[in-house]
Design a protein. Structure first.
Length: 221
DNA sequence: GTTCTAGAAC
DNA sequence: GTTCTAGAAC
């Protein structure tokens, strides 16, 4: 099975047939799976389910969905946002259970996805993971660089001027891919980091500090 | 996505 | 000399 099409396969599958190591939960319209290469302590993908005969819209990517019927696109993305919110609550529960405190979660799309079938990233903001290895991995989740598109921001596009919606929906690969090569900057403190090992040590330190403060606050309450 | 590796950076 | 990046091959 090509990794490029694996999400589409899941979207078409009977959830009962998806391995439990892959599937976290399923709802009538979406599936939540564990990201196979998690870039944070918690990292999930939420994908819209699809019937085999479904030709209502092209669910290949955010771009193809936005290019289709606008009302349908909004409905699809809003549904994902709702399911991601529920997932976020579940993640927070796990954070408290496993680590004794909770920290923030990001929910959004990659402007240029690496796999087919629309998928929403839901990940904790630590970015501490052995799978976080390359500059492009990091920059693709940096919340301020523009490659990672927060879902609430995407939803505001629907209420903007139609010309703005058209422009921003183009999601031109060339422009966005350049972002992945930008300098490594800590998303939290804006410090520029020399290289990936330095950045990773910095992120780990930031999270350790947050954990210490969080646990203390939790104990005190 | 991963592995391999040349050459740049340190 | 060692560490790190980035492009090619898979």
């Amino acid at each position: 099975m090509s990794h490029l099409n694996i999400l589409r396969t899941y979207a078409l599958s009977d959830p009962a047939k998806i391995p439990s190591a892959v599937l976290f939960s399923n709802k009538s319209t979406s599936l939540t799976i564990y990201d196979a290469f998690p870039k944070s302590i918690f990292h999930f993908l939420v994908l819209p389910r699809m019937a085999k005969e479904d030709t209502t819209s092209d669910l290949t990517s955010l771009k193809t969905v936005l290019m289709g019927d606008k009302a349908y696109a909004k409905k699809i993305i809003s549904a994902l946002a709702g399911d991601a919110k529920i997932l976020g609550d579940e993640i927070e529960g796990e954070m408290l259970k496993r680590y004794g405190f909770k920290w923030d979660i990001w929910t959004g799309f990659h402007a240029v996805p690496s796999m087919k079938h629309l998928h929403l990233h839901v990940l904790s903001t630590d970015l501490c993971s052995g799978r976080m290895k390359l500059k492009k991995h990091y920059n693709s989740f940096h919340p301020k660089l523009g490659f990672f598109l927060d879902i609430d921001a995407v939803l505001t596009w629907f209420d903007a001027e139609p010309s703005y919606f058209e422009g921003v929906s183009k999601l031109e690969a060339k422009a966005y891919e350049a972002i992945l090569k930008e300098d490594l900057v800590c998303w939290s403190c804006n410090t520029t980091m020399k290289n990936m090992p330095t950045l990773k040590a910095h992120l780990q330190g930031e999270w350790n500090r947050q954990a210490k403060l969080g646990r203390k606050a939790d104990k005190g309450s």
